[in-house]
Structure formats: C-alpha cells, structure tokens
Design a protein around this ligand. Structure first.
Ligand code: 2P0
Length: 364
C-alpha cells in the first residue's frame, strides 16, 4: 500500500543536545518545542515484496544502501519498521493475497512462503519545502512524516504516543513533530525507551499571537551533523553536567510561560537555554561553531531592539539560522528591521502549526 504523509519541522525552546543511549536515541534531558506551520516535508512510502532492495530518494538525491548516510540514519529505522510489520496481522492478509495472486497470474507452482519469510523492502520518496541539514530541524519533519506514512502503510494503528516513540527512533527531535502546537519530549528513565516520548502542552490554536521569524544566514548544508556533534559534546564538554543541572528549571519556566501565554518568560528562558547549548558546542573538543557573521550580527540586533523597547528574543539551533521570537503585534516592525540586517539571505515567518497529515497525492 502506498501512503503519503506531510509533517512539519519543530523548533526547540528548550533544546535537546546529547543522548544517554545512542542506539535507541534516548536523550539526556527533556525538551520543549513549537511545531511550525510552514517548514514541511512530504513523504511517500510503499512497502512491497516487488522491491528487491530499499530505495530512498530525499529531495531528488538517492541514498544507497551501504552509504554513510544510509547506515547512520536509515538502516536501523527501516529494520525497525520491518520487524514491526512482521508482528502485524493485517499484513499477513496483504502478503497472502500477493502470493495467491502471483500464483494465479504465473500459472506455475510456487512454494507457498509465509508472510514472515517474504522479503520486505520499501521505496521512500521525500520532498521538503526548505533546505535540509542547515539547522532548520529537517530531520524532525522528515522522520515524523516517514513514521506517520509507515504507520498507515503497514496498518500498525499507532496512536500519538506510540507514533512519537517510533519517530524518535528515526531522529530524536521527530518525536515532537507528531503533535501540533507546543510539545514536550519527556526524556524517560527506562532503558528500553518506552517512556521516552512527546506529549502536547497546548494545541496550535492556543496562542495565536506567538510568532517566529526564521532568518536564514546560509542555506548550505552544515559540516557537522547534530548526531555527531552532540555525541562529541557529551564526551568532551566540561560544562555538560552544568547544562543538565539547569534544564529542569528551564522546562518549568517555558511550560508555565506557554500555559499562561507569558511571552517574556518563554522568550527570555528560550534565549538563555539556546546560549547555554551553544556554550556546550563551543566547549566541545574539537569545537563546534555553527554561527556565521550574519548570525552574530542578528544576535546583537535582537538584543539592541529589545533594549530599546521592542520585545523579541532569539533562538539558534545546530546551524547559523536565527529564529526571532515575537508577538504578532510586533511582527511588521521586526520584519522591517530584520530585512535591513546584513547577511540575511531569506526570511520565513511561522506560527504554531499542525501535526502530521495523511494526504492522497503521492510523490511516485
Ligand atoms: C533540538 N537539535 O532540540 C536540538 C537543538 C539541534 C539543536 O534536535 O541524532 O536531528 O537524529 O536524534 O533530532 C537536532 O537533533 O538528532 C536537534 P538525532 P536530531 O531541536
């Protein structure tokens, strides 16, 4: 069965940077994000015994089995899906039908394999409407769309909690893109990761005045992937324990700020949390410096505008892009000023947006 899903990237207000279990993708700390309404990835998946290998095409680029990216990002996720499929009864019928039909078609006797023995490969084609791998949380949207489509294609029947656990095993931040609005990924305590999933704090309509202005200072793919960078940080930053000690307080403030729609509390805490994460990156050996001159220019501007009475805050992820947090009433003025700032290549305005959707028009 061919299924297509669309999911949106989320931007963290309290960041995830470091794993306690790299294989299961279990984080060192909980995190909070807002799902965007416009950074979207559309993904079509089809599992079929007719495919002789996995075929993965992301933004027109094929990721071949055996390549570094395939091994690092897809192999274990695809095997996970195959294992889930084997446990699934509805697939039994699908495979038996396939085998019966091919028997009738070919008019020769085939050994009646059980569905458990049948090879199960997948074709995945995915298109994003924003640059991948540039610090815009593309893996959050990518794996959320992939998980949502696979859930339907394999008839898994997962609800949000299980879907969040599944998406997490593709990419940690994808666990949060399963929901609309403001979302918290609870780190969990269990070794098997069954209590490490995201939950919604409030839905996409709860705080209609919340805005994020995404200022792109470079569309190039970053040199250090988040996965590699965060592992190196956990191993080498002398500040990592200090970071973990402050997280509960940041989570509490951002959660409370969201529920009370207290923009100052959310903005101030998110900015401080982002700077702490970048202090970790800078203190990693070898250092991870995602910022460029446009990033620094905008950071200074946001602080200056705020000091002069225009309330706004910044957050920056694993890349050079600056996301300015503001309220709807201040959007036109901040946009005008951001456009005049040196080093900005493009600007995208976003607000709290929806979770994954299944759609009819497939990519192949
Ligand atoms: C976040 N980032 O909370 C943080 C802030 C980047 C900076 O989640 O290894 O791509 O696939 O779990 O999810 C980027 O990490 O890493 C990330 P994996 P992921 O949004």
């Amino acid at each position: 069965m061919k299924v297509t899903a669309i999911a949106n990237a989320n931007i963290a207000l309290v960041k995830y940077w470091g794993k306690r279990d790299e294989r299961r993708i279990l984080p060192q700390n909980s995190s909070i994000s807002v799902t965007t309404d416009c950074l979207s990835i559309k993904t079509t998946v089809e599992f079929s015994p007719e495919y002789k290998k996995d075929i993965l095409i992301l933004d027109d680029k094929e990721f071949k089995q055996g390549s570094k990216e395939y091994d690092e990002y897809f192999e274990s996720f695809l095997n996970k899906l195959r294992n889930l499929a084997k446990k699934n009864i509805s697939l039994y019928r699908h495979f038996n039908n396939f085998i019966r039909n091919s028997y009738i078609r070919n008019k020769f006797v085939i050994r009646r394999r059980t569905w458990r023995e049948a090879p199960m490969f997948v074709k995945v084609v995915s298109q994003s409407n924003f640059p991948r791998g540039a610090g815009l949380a593309s893996s959050s949207a990518g794996f959320a769309a992939f998980a949502a489509a696979a859930n339907k294609a394999l008839g898994l029947g997962f609800k949000n909690k299980e879907l969040s656990i599944l998406a997490r095993q593709g990419s940690g931040s994808a666990s949060r893109s399963i929901y609309d609005g403001f979302v918290e990924w609870k780190k969990g305590e269990r070794k098997d990761g069954l209590d490490s999933f995201a939950e919604q704090i409030v839905n996409e309509n709860y705080w209609p005045d919340f805005r994020m202005i995404i200022c792109l200072t470079s569309k190039k793919e970053k040199k250090i992937k988040s996965r590699t960078g965060m592992a190196q940080t956990v191993k080498t930053s002398p500040f990592y324990d200090g970071w973990l000690k402050t997280i509960d307080d940041d989570l509490k403030k951002v959660r409370k700020g969201i529920i009370k729609r207290d923009f100052s509390l959310v903005g101030k805490t998110a900015e401080e949390n982002c700077l702490k994460m970048h202090a970790l990156m800078l203190s990693t050996k070898p250092p991870i410096i995602y910022w460029n001159s446009g990033t620094i220019e905008l950071v200074h501007k946001v602080i200056e505008w705020r000091e002069n009475g225009l309330e706004c805050y910044f957050t920056i992820d694993a890349g050079p892009q600056v996301k300015i947090l503001c309220l709807k009433k201040d959007l036109p003025e901040i946009l005008k000023r951001a456009k005049k700032t040196a080093g900005i290549e493009d600007i995208i305005v976003t607000k709290p947006g929806p979770g994954p959707k299944i759609v009819e028009n497939h990519l192949f």
